[in-house]
Write a protein that binds this ligand. Structure first.
Ligand SMILES: [Zn+2]
Length: 114
């Protein structure tokens, strides 16, 4: 008898697992991510986003999480405070109030602490 399988997304890869296996990923999160993905990829490559990101780093060159006047840390990237795979985050994707300058270390902490 063939074991029933189901398709899940784990670490960004679609894989097949036995249907009885417990899925630890948040299903809705992945589903929404997949739905938005092509648009999101286009957005991150768009001139509008590159411009917004550049302006943010010019006005806020230091990491907003860990930089202090005594120990300044340069920001290396601009993060969306609300993930762009949520509808609110997506609507505000170019809203400067919703962007924060981060260093890689803080960005990774944010990304992997979910
Ligand atoms: Zn930082």
């Amino acid at each position: 008898m063939v074991q029933p399988m189901k398709r899940i997304v784990r670490n960004g890869k679609r894989i097949l697992v036995p249907a009885t296996e417990k899925v630890v990923d948040h299903k809705g999160y992945d589903k929404q991510r997949m739905r938005n993905e092509p648009e999101r990829i286009r957005f991150y490559k768009s001139a509008r986003w590159k411009k917004a990101r550049e302006l943010k780093l010019i006005s806020n060159p230091l990491c907003e999480q860990c930089s202090t006047p005594d120990d300044p840390v340069l920001a290396e990237m601009v993060d969306h405070m609300i993930e762009t795979n949520t509808s609110e985050g997506w609507e505000r994707r170019l809203d400067e109030e919703h962007l924060q300058s981060l260093c890689w270390s803080c960005h990774n902490k944010k990304t992997f602490s979910k």
